[in-house]
Design a protein around this ligand. Sequence first.
Ligand code: B12
Ligand code: SF4
Length: 493
Amino acid sequence: MIEERNNSKRAATPSYNKNQVIIINPLPLLSQMRNSALFLPLGALYIADALLDAGYNVSIINTDNEKALAEIKKIISKNLLCFCISTMSGTQLINAVVIAKALKTKYIGVPLIWGGPHITALPRQTLESNLVDYICWGEGEETISPLLDSIKSNNNASLFNMPGIGFKNKKSIIVGKNAGYSYLLKIFHLPYHLLDMSKYSRQLAIGAEKEFPILTSRGCPFRCKFCSNSSVLWPNTKIRFHTIDNIVNDIKTLVREYGADMITFADDGFLYSEKRLINILSAVREEGIVVKYRFAARADLLLKLKEETFSFMKEHGVVAIGFAPESGSQKILDYLGKNITIEQIYRIDRVLSRYKFYKNYNFMVCSPRETMEDLKLTLRMILDLARTSMYSPYPFGTLFKYIPLPGTELYEDAIKFGFKPPQTLNQWGEFDHRDIFDSIDRVRPWARKKNLVYMQKAIELVERLNFQMIGEGYDKRVVSEIFKEMDNLIERG
Ligand code: B12
Ligand code: SF4
């Protein structure tokens, strides 16, 4: 889908010609496969915001590749300056490479600028590809406009000292130094109007007709070994806050202009500060806005909250709280560098149950050192958490299969276990959904056939269980049969 920009609230379009920018956020295969609501492309929105402020004419395309090409054909003008592609590693990158190839063939000579978490992890390797003309690595708000200004004025010389960008100079690859973090202490006006927002609101069984995500902070200091935030090249380990005014403004826009009745705080480091949580919820109420909330946070941070804060959250609209136990095996939690204990997981689950918060628990399976025993411990934990969560609709996310992320400590371990890291952008794009979802061999070469068959059964059972967990009024007979099947799977394999 695509909406062309309504420029009315922004500075007048500059007089020079080439000012059209088309940002493409390829779909992760997961969204395509499940045909589920799309996730608001926040990265693209923040980049678009910076570009609109600088006077560019921006569109965002966020659909499958075939439709994206058709949309581009419709909106493209003689003023087109460049295409921007935003991508993380994994299944979104697979689509990104496909669409980049098509753009390079159809629109010869139009520069392709790449940004997003994959590029931040592997800037030089990305830039080596003939599908890439420029990159922005790290956060892009401060770097994108200076880069486009230079492209527009054909002034490559100014790029040499520009941090956070990369370009090709004759036959060499130039990657600028780290640009640091973007400035957050201001009010952002994210250009939601560039998207058909009806495609992004989610109806959730926890009482939401229209749910949207926002960010209240960036960064996370916890350095889990599998997470790209802990990358050495661009460590996203400093927590940085948006202002309360910005958060209130963002929520107000989503509630009043787009009918949001639930907001998800999608930050990595949410709950880093208890005081701030209270300030945010109070400030929104003071504006006369009544909305529900959900968020995910670390188990240890949740446990640090004062008892009265749980009541405060309830009174102020928080309905659901999630966290990622990741594994039921302490050995694996330690290996992942998660820095939480099994005991903490069970303890916070009891607190959430006592306050009847809806839950959302995420697990990750198939990391290099996981054995069948570890997997069984995870299943046992899921079973335990299900028993305490029967009032909560759909408390379990998918059991994510571990994907080695470039720049992380576990990536190096995955290599020791036989993972052969792709050497080019195109090779990253050559994984397919079977590699990512079924583990045929390339992404997780350590996975034993026997374990995979077991895991597939486990994933299916957890999905069946989750599907039956509709909250109060669930079918007790069906659920107890699934419990028995899970018990069987754990005890007898
Ligand atoms: C929402 C989300 C998803 C959503 C949707 C993502 C989407 N693009 O539509 C879903 C649930 C589908 C998803 C899936 C996955 N995700 Co995800 N996801 C996120 C999450 C939580 C938020 C993304 C976001 O909105 N960020 C906020 C914006 C502001 O940041 P940003 O997108 O990075 O954008 C900034 C910069 O990157 C840059 N930028 C971005 N694009 C561009 C483009 C240009 C041109 C420029 C100049 C700059 C630029 O500027 C932006 C503003 O500063 C992030 C964690 C995080 N906090 O970022 C993980 C994250 C992006 N996901 C990640 C991963 C690994 C995955 C999975 C592959 C996990 C898995 N094991 O399966 C799956 C995909 C596979 C699948 N199963 O389909 C990693 C990516 C790491 C990497 N190397 O790419 C992250 C960073 C989590 C982490 N910390 O490790 N994810
Ligand atoms: S707590 Fe979450 S966001 Fe922070 S480093 Fe660990 S996995 Fe990443």
